[in-house]
Design a binder for this molecule. Structure first.
Ligand SMILES: Nc1nc2c(ncn2[C@@H]2O[C@H](COP(=O)(O)OP(=O)(O)OP(=O)(O)O)[C@@H](O)[C@H]2O)c(=O)[nH]1
Ligand SMILES: [Mg+2]
Length: 215
């Protein structure tokens, strides 16, 4: 009887947990975004606090879990430096969504067909590599055009047309995945809540394809 009651209690109180992987080149703003998310949604039930925006390049990973009314969202913020990118693939099989963050001030004019002064080509290669990995197949992908607070940023429509659409057209598996491109400023927090809301709805939508972990 005790075990039955305990089981029923667990069932009634447990929640779905989804994992979110933050990717992007070094300096794109992943950790800054992560800090804003933590400050807005308060991880592990802690009280609200100002975001820590003094980031240093990530070596390894930063992990947090935010508690939402209907789910736990576990966030994996990994290092984007060249030598660390080979570690990303070990997260693909267990993540439920990927946020790929782009520094909109470091991609020339945002169009692959033009000569570029920034890291556009590097960004394309890295994004393509993520999308073509078999374990990332079908995982919802949110591309964030970050640093939109800066005057020298490329605007989101240009990034969508000039980079993301072209990468998607070349996706090897031709797999169907939910995707979206949104503007954001991780530094000021503009667009951060909308980004998390998109992920929340998409991981739920994809729960048959990638079932959550019950906690
Ligand atoms: N103006 C502006 N600066 C930003 C924004 N987001 C991040 N930065 C700055 O960009 C730099 C890099 O930010 P990080 O969040 O550490 O970048 P990262 O992607 O985590 O870098 P790695 O850990 O090396 O992969 C920092 O100086 C941030 O303050 C933004 O939205 N606007
Ligand atoms: Mg970082």
């Amino acid at each position: 009887m005790y075990h039955l009651a305990k089981g029923l209690y667990r069932l009634a109180t447990s929640k779905e947990e989804y994992s979110l992987l933050l990717l992007g080149l070094d300096n794109a703003g992943k950790t800054t975004f992560h800090e804003q998310v933590k400050s807005i949604f308060h991880p592990d039930g802690t009280s609200a606090s100002a975001p820590n925006l003094k980031t240093v390049p990530t070596v390894g990973q930063n992990v947090s879990t935010i508690i939402l009314p209907d789910m736990y969202l576990k966030i994996w913020d990994v290092g984007g430096q060249h030598s660390l990118r080979k570690l990303w693939q070990s997260y693909y099989a267990s993540c439920h969504a990927i946020i790929f963050i782009i520094d909109s001030t470091d991609i020339g004019d945002g169009n692959l067909e033009h000569d570029s002064t920034g890291r556009l080509e590097e960004c394309r290669l890295v994004l393509e590599d993520v999308l073509n990995h078999s374990e990332a197949e079908g995982v919802p992908l949110l591309v964030l055009a970050n640093k939109q607070d800066r005057e020298d940023c490329v605007e989101v429509v240009r990034i969508k047309e000039g980079l993301v659409k072209k990468v998607f057209e070349g996706e090897k598996s031709g797999s169907i995945r939910d995707s979206r491109v949104l503007p954001v400023s991780a530094l000021t927090g503009t667009g951060v809540k909308e980004a998390v809301d998109w992920v929340r709805s998409r991981v739920r939508w994809n729960r048959e394809g990638r079932p959550p972990v019950m906690r």
